[in-house]
Design a protein around this ligand. Structure first.
Ligand SMILES: [Zn+2]
Ligand SMILES: [Zn+2]
Length: 293
């Protein structure tokens, strides 16, 4: 399949019609809080209720300049990223804690693809529009076609489209392709992880673009994003960064917002038979050298 680019998925609809459709949908399916799923008040916040306001809290500096996880000192590289010689610079909106796991799980597996718009809003609010300066294209980490058909959508793509609506930056679909089905990365050793991804991605015919933002849901060890970034660079990219919703960090070092632990007690929606590629990962061993994530 050839590279598809685009700025707006619903370009055919004018603003007024979209507004009417959205209002009708809100009436039939009232918007619910992404975290606790309670119905949101009509004139209140659009994605997260006031009770959950402290959850999915944006990461604030200092962060590791490679993985984007919270660190002790600004501008530093965490030990895990030093050990793995990370090239890519990743930014995450929030830490992969209990609330994040729950919300991302619904986003990926329970058909809550509409959350993408909420995440894009969180990203724009927490990072500011300056973060997107100079970028020519958003590139979602691709999913193997069979897996994508099974799930019905690729959450990274949904996120890229939503970010495109907010920023106006083009989305590239099928420029970076997944050409081989891989085992879930969770539970593999670092060497197995690298081998698992060998030859998994390929590029469509060359483009003139030079500056890309890779989009994915979770940064664990960053192996997948590094593989994608290296390939884009081989294809002539001069600048590649990545943006993920969440970054997994060791539980002991998580900067938990108030109330996260209380909420965490109720979190157990995992269902048998689902692909827990990321969900099995509790932390990415940012501190220790060996890596499950
Ligand atoms: Zn809530
Ligand atoms: Zn790091």
């Amino acid at each position: 399949m050839e590279t598809r680019t685009g700025k707006r998925r619903r370009m055919g609809l004018n603003k007024k019609l979209r507004g009417l459709i959205d209002a009708a949908l809100d009436w039939v399916y009232p918007p619910r809080c992404m975290v606790c799923t309670d119905i949101l008040p009509v004139n209140g916040p659009k994605w997260i209720c006031e009770n959950c306001g402290g959850l999915l809290a944006p990461i604030t500096p200092p962060v590791c300049v490679k993985c984007g996880a919270p660190t002790e000192t600004d501008g530093s590289i965490c030990s895990a990223c030093r050990a793995r010689k990370r090239v890519l610079s990743n930014t995450s909106i929030f830490v992969y804690d209990d609330a994040a796991r729950e919300v991302i799980h619904r986003f990926k597996y329970n058909g809550c693809r509409g959350y993408a718009a909420g995440f894009a809003k969180l990203a724009a609010d927490s990072l500011g529009m300056g973060f997107f300066d100079g970028l020519e294209a958003l590139v979602p980490v691709p999913m193997f076609p069979r897996k994508r058909r099974r799930r019905g959508y690729n959450q990274a793509e949904e996120l890229a489209w939503a970010l495109s609506e907010t920023t106006g930056i083009t989305v590239l679909i099928d420029y970076l392709k997944r050409v081989r089905e891989t085992r879930p990365q969770a539970g593999l050793t670092p060497v197995e992880r690298t081998n698992n991804l060998k030859g998994a991605f390929a590029l469509d015919k060359p483009l003139k673009l030079k500056s890309f933002l890779l989009i994915d849901d979770i940064y664990t060890t960053g192996e997948t994003l590094e593989a994608c970034a290296n390939l884009l660079k081989q294809g002539g990219a001069e600048q590649v960064r990545s943006l993920t919703l969440a970054v997994a960090v060791r539980r002991e070092t998580q900067l938990k917002p108030e109330g996260a632990e209380v909420y965490g007690a109720d979190l157990n929606l995992k269902k048998a038979g689902e692909d827990h590629g990321h969900e099995n990962i509790q932390f990415n061993e940012n501190i220790r050298g060996s890596a499950p994530g």
